[in-house]
Design a protein around this ligand. Structure first.
Ligand SMILES: [Zn+2]
Length: 264
């Protein structure tokens, strides 16, 4: 595999400068002929069924970090709602030793993800996305999860545990995990405005690629450790009407969808 070349986008630089949560690693990657794309780069491959009739979500977790079944059940339900997959949405679980101690950069996530992928993302008629649940935290430890390329996200369980609410245990760590998992996979679907421009204004200008609606799972605070302080009680874990309209507009060609690794 060739040396991976990384370009940090202005977006990430801005997020770091302003100290806001940055859960999207918006980088163009190419190495050894593999096209890894950016988050949202396989959105149409999920939304459309003309080539990929099935999606498999590969969950690779470190010992003690297996996600709750409520999180993966919810993810399956949300994907079935938006992706056209006549042969189904399947989730597989593999306990994995990543061998990365402590802090994770987005490069670490990408490296260990691709070392462990059981299939190329685009294999025959099956689309493969991957979710890592490693031990340790992200390099910015206020971040609960990251989307690092077109097929890969990671959720940091230690930080999810930290993010639960201070009062009466609401939201619980399990509720935070439920929402963060759907949120990060929402970035793989291109939300919000990563690979298209919405016809509706719902992107938070202060938090690029996130919703300004605190009832959307794509709300900016969902992948931040401060979420338990910002929303007490029920966290959003659904795409809102604007998110759903964006996905429909992308699928139907009402908006241009760019940076795609596959188009119908
Ligand atoms: Zn996010």
């Amino acid at each position: 595999m060739g040396r991976v070349q990384t370009q940090f986008s202005v977006l990430i630089a801005v997020l770091m400068l302003t100290g806001l949560s940055g859960c999207i690693s918006d980088e163009m990657i190419s190495g050894g002929g593999e096209k890894r794309g950016i988050p949202g780069g396989l959105a149409l491959a999920c939304l459309d069924s003309s080539k990929y009739t099935e999606i498999v979500i590969e969950v690779d977790y470190e010992e003690g970090y297996q996600p709750k079944s409520s999180s993966t059940d919810l993810l399956k339900q949300r994907l079935e709602q938006v992706c056209d997959k006549p042969d189904g949405v399947t989730i597989t679980f593999t306990e994995t030793v990543f061998g990365n101690q402590g802090s994770w950069t987005s490069d670490d996530v990408r490296y260990h993800a691709w070392e462990n992928k059981e299939n190329q993302p685009q294999t025959s008629s099956t689309l493969h996305w991957q979710v890592l649940f490693p031990s340790g935290t992200y390099s910015d430890d206020s971040v609960l999860g990251v989307a690092v390329d077109a097929s890969t996200v990671a959720i940091f369980g230690d930080s999810v545990e930290e993010a639960k609410g201070p009062f009466f245990g609401r939201p619980s760590a399990e509720e935070v995990e439920n929402s963060v998992l759907v949120h990060e996979v929402g970035h793989l679907l291109g939300l919000v405005n990563i690979v298209y421009q919405s016809l509706v204004e719902h992107e938070d200008p202060d938090h690029p690629n996130h919703s300004d609606n605190d009832e959307s799972v794509m709300y900016w605070a969902i992948d931040s450790t401060s979420i338990g302080n910002i929303i007490s009680g029920d966290l959003p874990n659904e795409f809102d009407q604007d998110d759903l309209k964006d996905l429909t507009d992308m699928k139907n060609g009402n908006v241009e969808v760019y940076d795609q690794l596959w188009t119908p």
